[in-house]
Design a protein around this ligand. Structure first.
Ligand SMILES: *Cc1c(COP(=O)(O)O)cnc(C)c1O
Length: 361
């Protein structure tokens, strides 16, 4: 049996069936249905947030965020993220400008953001990589000083708290993904969070084609809605979220213990952070070591993932040629080890024995 980097969580089938029966009885499948509303409500309660919009996926969430804030010109962003962070900027006709990352947290480096500000800069789009908080205080100070908007791609941040609040509560807008591979999922899905009621109004209109009534429109919109079936999966999974978070914490601690003493670097968390253990990244001393570990693990049917590789500055639609040496170096050496709810201690011990063996040669 293969061990992959992740495995989607599935609730007991009967729990999902109960919602499916309700959907059949109501014959209401999508368009702001009762389950979508209930999921938004439950998520706001669990995350302790005032506003949250459930959308089709994490990529449309990013595109809606850029559009709703009317961003133009240059957006300073991180080269160390999933491709959707950069592609959304280009898709919305803005220019991504890469600021290198911090070698300890793997998140965008505030000092490098300052280096890259020009009179065309309209915003900062940063990712809380692996669920580790960005330096939100410094980023906010820079944004205020230069009158920039801040969007966080918080696709990895479900369940992480910083200073006692959900990490989604930071920035002008935070977006997240509820894709099947994420810690909390709705099969496909995502959400947008803002503290600003005015921005919320624009976003909720944009999510639904710009409708303000069945016959009236205000501004350009798109179809960013999600369905009752996706909301049902979210409602089921949310009931298991504490269990999901607890098991990931326990499994990560097992990795920590079994890998102790090896020349491996791990991302550094800030103080006052309640981490969600969304991923288990390890950084080896060289790319050669990383490739040797991957080869050994693959031979034993273990499939970790080079996440994120390559650096987003290398995309053929990014024209920025400013070097990002910290990111390039990290991307070559980082590996995400398998981590999911049903992974066992025995499997982790086996993976760690193989890593110990690969590092000896
Ligand atoms: C998963 C992910 C996305 C995209 O989310 P989708 O729901 O798959 O569209 C964007 N950014 C990051 C950092 C991600 O991990």
């Amino acid at each position: 049996m293969n061990i992959n980097v992740t495995k989607p969580f599935l609730p007991p089938q009967a729990e999902y069936q109960k919602y499916v029966q309700e959907i059949w009885a109501r014959e209401w499948l999508t368009n702001n249905g009762p389950l979508v509303n209930e999921l938004e409500l439950r998520l706001k309660e669990w995350l302790r947030l005032d506003h949250l919009l459930f959308v089709s996926n994490g990529t449309i969430a990013l595109q809606l965020a850029i559009k709703a804030l009317n961003l133009t010109g240059e957006i300073i962003t991180t080269p160390f993220s999933y491709v959707a962070t950069t592609s959304s900027i280009v898709w919305e006709n803005c220019v991504p400008v890469m600021a290198d990352i911090c070698p300890r947290t793997f998140n965008i480096d505030p000092a490098r953001i300052e280096d890259r500000i020009t009179d065309r800069t309209s915003a900062i789009l940063a990712t809380h990589v692996y669920g580790t908080p960005c330096d939100v205080e410094k980023i906010e100070r820079i944004a205020q000083r230069h009158n920039l908007k801040v969007i966080y791609d918080a696709a990895h941040a479900f369940g992480t708290t910083y200073r006692g609040k959900s990490l989604f509560a930071f920035g002008d807008i935070s977006t997240t993904s509820f894709h099947a591979t994420k810690l909390f999922h709705t099969i496909e899905g995502g959400a947008i969070v803002t503290q600003e009621p005015e921005v919320l109004k624009v976003l909720s209109r944009m999510r639904n084609f710009g409708h303000v009534s069945p016959t009236a429109f205000d501004g350009v919109g798109i179809n960013g809605k999600n369905s009752e079936f996706h909301a049902a999966m979210g409602l089921c999974n949310l009931k298991h979220i504490d269990d999901i978070l607890r098991s990931r914490k326990t499994l990560s601690a097992r990795y920590d213990e079994s890998l102790r003493g090896l020349p491996i670097q791990r991302p550094q968390l800030p103080d006052n952070c309640g981490y969600n253990h969304a991923y288990y990244p390890v950084v080896f001393e060289s790319e050669a070591t990383n490739l040797a570990v991957i080869e050994t693990l693959n031979l034993h049917s273990v499939f970790p993932r080079r996440y994120f590789f390559p650096s987003l500055g290398s995309l053929n639609y990014v024209n920025d040629t400013t070097p990002t040496p910290v990111c390039d170096d990290l991307a070559a050496r980082v590996l995400c080890l398998p981590l999911y709810h049903s992974l066992s201690f025995e499997e982790i011990d086996m993976i760690c024995r193989l890593i110990h063996r690969a590092l000896k040669y």
